[in-house]
Write a new protein. Structure first.
Length: 507
């Protein structure tokens, strides 16, 4: 294979941060080239430069032997380069087909929008992804996993020669990941070159021809996949060995803090009628309970019911410390001692126009107020404490939250809720887009909080994660509870069998 892209001495500086420092490596035509590194290593910044999202940088890009510099994404797309961002770039109030062809709308001979033609083409693209989303369905009605597939279809519609995938599986279940891998295999057969960012070593070593490692904005090494190991790559990523996470035994569960009795959530207008049906379980203080299930199983909906943010009022009973509660708004859940870290941090978790510190203290400003006025010194002290506690990589609490990597943004959101000193913490896929080192830190943090008496309910698309951190694992399938496993008896096979029982009963 010949060199398709040459990245030569690329440097990118942001205020207070050097995101990329003299990075140089080549990408061969037709290969799948993995880019790996911890959060903040510069992976996404480099890919945004290649895709024309960031036009201002030092150094040079050489494409097909010719120097190029893109003024925007349209320039890059004209040269056959498209990107699927980790944080999805969709217009929520448009349909799936309108998003796929946004800016490139098909028109009739008279110049009118040809919605039928776009819907037909979108339907074909989505079918190629084995995706059941209807082309007319509004994006805001889709879960994150389905939105990701629409984003992928959008990139495929460009018939791109170079496809950049930034954590494309971060919101997908195992079955959807397998589907994506089949799509990638078909793209490679057509000769598409793929630049693939992922924190998941199993994905990297299954897909990649070569692996480039970045650390703190600098190139560490580019290696053929067959000449290295996951352990070596992880060590190169972090500059140290990542030890296995052993949280130990001996967590002692206390009194029941949350009890759910026959909880059901209606699904008006849908053939299934119920998003959740007849769910019952308990969560104790000092216990981590995991929620497993495939996409559409009802994991997120269950947490939304507990937090007062479900699309419709749930039926059944929810008891907090033995007392029935019925939250009509998340503010009521917050006041009662419940916090929720959402699955979709960009849309539901971040205040994009605010700083790191302001994002952290958003829910606890009263603690930093005196006489109705915010004491900035107190607020800054609270935010600094969270940054230190969670090892948030930032130039300072006055930095724009959007300048942080995805994993560090997630840490600030978790820190926001920890400042509220909750009784119960709901974590919806909390390590999505977080690197291996940061995941280990979050696992230990969850373990410590649990040992201090916090009750934690956590969902995850990664079964090994649940097996690592949870005392018990509940399994949902199509809105029903189909399995419950103690930590000692849980296996990936057993959980997957329960997750595909199609409304069967737990063993």
């Amino acid at each position: 294979m010949s060199t398709l892209i040459a990245i030569q001495h690329v440097t990118k500086r942001f205020p207070g941060v050097v995101a990329l420092d003299d990075v140089s490596f080549d990408v061969d035509g037709g290969e799948l080239h993995a880019i790996v590194g911890e959060n903040g290593a510069g992976k996404s910044t480099l890919m945004k430069i290649l895709a024309g999202v960031i036009p201002d940088f030092e150094g040079q890009l050489v494409l097909r032997g010719q120097p190029v510099r893109f003024a925007g994404t349209r320039d890059a797309e004209e040269e056959g380069i498209s990107i699927i961002h980790q944080e999805l770039n969709l217009v929520e109030d448009l349909s799936s087909s309108a998003n796929i062809f946004l800016g490139r709308e098909k028109r009739t001979r008279l110049g009118f929008l040809d919605d039928r033609a776009m819907e037909r083409a979108a339907g074909t693209l989505l079918a190629d992804l084995e995706c059941e989303v209807h082309p007319r369905q509004l994006v805001r009605e889709l879960r994150v996993g389905d939105q990701q597939l629409v984003e992928i279809a959008k990139a495929l519609s460009l018939e791109t020669e170079i496809l950049i995938m930034d954590e494309p599986t971060s919101a997908l279940t195992e079955s959807e990941v397998a589907r994506l891998f089949r799509v990638i295999a078909r793209l490679r057969q057509r000769g598409v070159t793929i630049l693939y960012i992922s924190h998941k070593m199993d994905e990297v070593f299954r897909l990649a021809d070569r692996i480039t490692v970045l650390r703190d904005g600098k190139l560490v090494r580019t290696l053929p996949r067959t000449a290295t190991t996951p352990r070596e790559v992880t060590h190169l990523m972090v500059g140290r060995e990542i030890e296995s996470v052993h949280l130990g035994q001996g967590r002692q569960a206390g009194d029941v803090v949350v009890e759910v009795q026959s909880l059901s959530l209606p699904w008006t207008g849908h053939a299934r009628a119920w998003r959740l049906r007849d769910i019952s379980f308990q969560l104790r203080r000092g216990e981590i309970v995991g929620i497993a299930g495939l996409m559409g199983a009802g994991r997120t909906e269950l947490l939304e019911c507990l937090f007062g943010s479900s699309p419709e009022p749930p039926r059944g009973r929810i008891l907090l410390d033995g007392r029935p509660v019925s939250f009509r708004h998340p503010a009521e859940a917050l006041a009662a001692g419940i916090g929720l870290v959402t699955e979709d941090r960009k849309r539901l978790g971040l205040f994009a126009q605010m700083t790191v510190g302001e994002n952290i203290t958003m829910c606890t400003l009263r603690q930093a107020s005196r006489g109705g006025l915010i004491n900035r010194r107190s607020e800054n002290r609270m935010a600094d404490g969270v940054v230190s506690q969670l090892s948030v990589r930032t130039a300072g609490i006055g930095t724009a939250i959007t300048s942080l990597s995805g994993g560090n943004q997630q840490k600030t959101i978790i820190g926001r809720w920890l400042l509220t000193k909750p009784k119960v913490l709901l974590l919806d896929d909390p390590t999505r887009g977080v690197d291996v080192g940061a995941k280990a830190e979050l696992y230990r943090l969850m373990d410590r909080l649990c040992r201090e008496g916090l009750g934690i309910l956590v969902t995850s698309s990664e079964l090994p994660e649940l097996l690592t951190v949870c005392d018990r694992i509940l399994v949902l399938c199509e809105g029903r509870l189909t399995g419950e496993f103690l930590r000692a008896e849980a296996t990936e096979q057993g959980i997957m069998e329960a997750a595909t029982m199609r409304g069967g009963s737990a063993a």
